[in-house]
Design a protein around this ligand. Structure first.
Ligand code: SER
Length: 583
């Protein structure tokens, strides 16, 4: 079964079970300062898991584009992917364990036609925070899984939380038995010898964890995640995701173009290429910070492995095309961004090539110096210099060093890197303060109008709208936001009318300070790129808007005058730009 068929079956199945299909959020999170990329389907849904009402109801399903980058260096083996698609279904205080398990079982056995005998499941064994999950056990028994294929494990295996803090709970996981022999008599689904492959995770989110421990959420939720590529791989009887239709054309293309055979390098190129395409498609740009840096690392590692395969880099456009063609049935919007994506990848490759030659020479010098002085570990300042001056990601320096039996002290490097970041952060704070000092009355008005515009866009276009950038001068405001298509005249008019209505309602603008976690829990809007302190200021406008913001703002929307949109245009992939004035 092809990936697209699995996805369609999934969404239809849950639709037929009363779920609303909601769109995938971008891989670049819009209002979650805690992570660089969207790593799970639940991530964009956190406010709703915490109790906020979702406009599409209490049963939701979607496919979510995800990027997980903790294991970049593992890519090239037969399973790690940095980009993957997660199919998911959610109950927001609606059904709970029994119904969730019954639906999962029905989907796996009836829709995907996986023989029941190939399915094993695991449940939470219980501890001081939460009791043993008898309810899931009973539900599995009722569905038809016999005792010998139901296992119990502790928090290490059967508890799910994104990071350190947030909604969480015990989970039940489903495993596919590949039919390989047990690696030992105790071999079970928690073993990673490859006999059992995890295919689906149903999390029963009824807790919230923070540094003080666990508390109960106001509602019991279900959050499930099924990895699309892995399921396609299993159903197609393949050993690695690189053999399914989303990768195989690229793998073949690379084989055709290569002069040196290296399957690991081919996998790295195919994998990093696809992740980069998806990140750029959602507005990512290579840079030296945060997610832009991850993208840069992916692209540079990809380029290095193209070199290792002896592939002429002028063939890059062809390889990108092949890669886009292999996945465009899943993501038709790639067609529209094809040129933009190609240009971004090629531009980064060119930049890298330019510095690579000099950098490699410099690297050799550093490596020789290290060896000559009888050391094994490269001087951290030199590693930093390779990064700053020659654009060598330290992880790449590490890879190169390993080839010569040398090492990089990454902990020391991180320390140096943080010191450097701190310096530049102080620099930009200075700039910020300078900017505010010159904030006049009209800029303050525009600032408040920006919050109203953000809120109005959400009402008219949908909850996917989030601020991507803003710029204010005495003459106008400019606002960038996530949205895929050009706004119609009618949409623009609606937004304008709504903002003007809120202005005429003379809404109070209030400010309060609160811990960051509380602000995020309360659903306050915030822009990801800013690093917020522990205590944040939140500006609230009547009941229409709530945002983390440093201010300043007017006291009442009545002060703003008449709001008018002058222009709406594309800013970058998936990002639109509005210029507006107050008259
Ligand atoms: N959040 C869970 C996971 O990522 C289930 O979707 O596995």
């Amino acid at each position: 079964m092809k990936a697209i068929e699995i996805r369609n079956k999934y969404l239809n199945f849950f639709k037929n079970h009363g779920h609303s299909i909601i769109p995938s959020a971008p891989v670049i999170p819009e209002n979650d300062p805690s992570v660089l990329f969207t790593t799970a389907g639940m991530q964009p849904l956190v406010p709703y898991l915490l109790g906020q009402k979702h406009p599409s109801g209490t049963r939701l399903t979607d496919f979510q584009k995800c990027v997980r980058t903790n294991d970049i260096d593992e890519v090239g083996d037969n399973r790690h992917l940095t980009y993957f698609e997660m199919l998911g279904n959610w109950s927001l205080g609606d059904y709970f364990k029994e119904e969730s398990i019954a639906m999962s079982y029905e989907f796996l056995t009836r829709e995907l036609k996986i023989p029941e005998s190939k399915i094993s499941v695991t449940c939470f064994a219980g501890d001081e925070d939460c009791q043993k999950d008898e309810e899931s056990y009973k539900a599995w028994k009722k569905a038809g899984i016999p005792d010998e294929r139901i296992y119990f494990f502790g928090k290490d295996n059967n508890w799910w939380i994104a990071g350190e803090e947030g909604p969480c709970g015990p989970d039940t996981e489903m495993f596919y038995d590949t039919g390989k022999p047990k690696c030992s008599p105790d071999c079970n689904p928690s073993c990673d010898c490859g006999k059992y492959v995890e295919i689906w995770n149903n999390v029963f989110m009824e807790f919230y964890k923070d540094k003080n421990g666990y508390t109960k959420l106001s509602q019991k939720n279900v959050d499930t995640g099924l990895g699309l590529e892995r399921m396609a791989m299993l159903l197609q009887g393949k050993e690695t995701p690189y053999e399914i239709e989303l990768f195989s054309p690229v793998m073949e293309k690379l084989e055709e173009l290569q002069n040196i055979d290296n399957i690991q390098s081919r996998r790295i190129v195919a994998e990093h290429m696809r992740s980069s395409i998806m990140i750029i498609n959602d507005g990512g740009k290579p840079s030296n910070v945060d997610r832009g840096y991850i993208l840069r690392r992916l692209l540079r590692r990809m380029t290095r492995h193209l070199n290792k395969l002896g592939i002429d880099l002028n063939k890059l456009p062809e390889i990108i095309d092949t890669s886009i063609d292999a996945i465009k049935e899943l993501y038709p919007e790639l067609e529209q961004n094809r040129e933009l994506i190609k240009n971004a990848i090629i531009e980064e490759k060119d930049k890298f090539i330019k510095t690579l030659k000099n950098g490699e020479r410099e690297f050799e010098k550093v490596a020789n110096r290290t060896k000559n002085s009888g050391k094994k570990v490269l001087d951290t300042e030199a590693v930093f210099n390779l990064y700053e001056t020659y654009g060598f990601p330290p992880e790449m320096t590490e890879e190169l060093a390993q080839e010569q039996n040398l090492e990089v002290d990454m902990t020391d490097y991180q320390k140096l890197f943080k010191e450097h970041q701190e310096k530049s952060r102080l620099g930009s704070e200075q700039k910020f303060k300078g900017g505010l000092a010159s904030t006049g009355e009209i800029e303050i008005k525009y600032h408040t109008a920006t919050h109203l515009l953000n809120a109005a866009l959400k009402v008219v276009l949908g909850d996917h709208v989030h601020q991507k950038g803003s710029n204010i001068t005495e003459e106008r405001m400019r606002f960038d936001f996530s949205h895929d298509s050009k706004m119609t005249e009618e949409e623009k008019q609606k937004v304008e009318n709504l903002v003007n209505e809120w202005i005429s309602q003379k809404l109070d603008v209030t400010v309060e300070e609160m811990p960051k976690e509380d602000a995020i829990k309360s659903g306050a809007e915030c822009m990801f790129i800013e690093k917020y302190p522990d205590i944040v200021t939140v500006y609230t406008i009547g009941t229409v808007s709530k945002e983390l913001c440093g201010g300043p703002h007017v006291k009442n929307t009545g002060e703003l005058g008449h709001f008018k949109i002058k222009k709406e245009e594309a800013s970058s992939a998936g990002v639109r730009r509005i210029k507006a004035i107050l008259e």
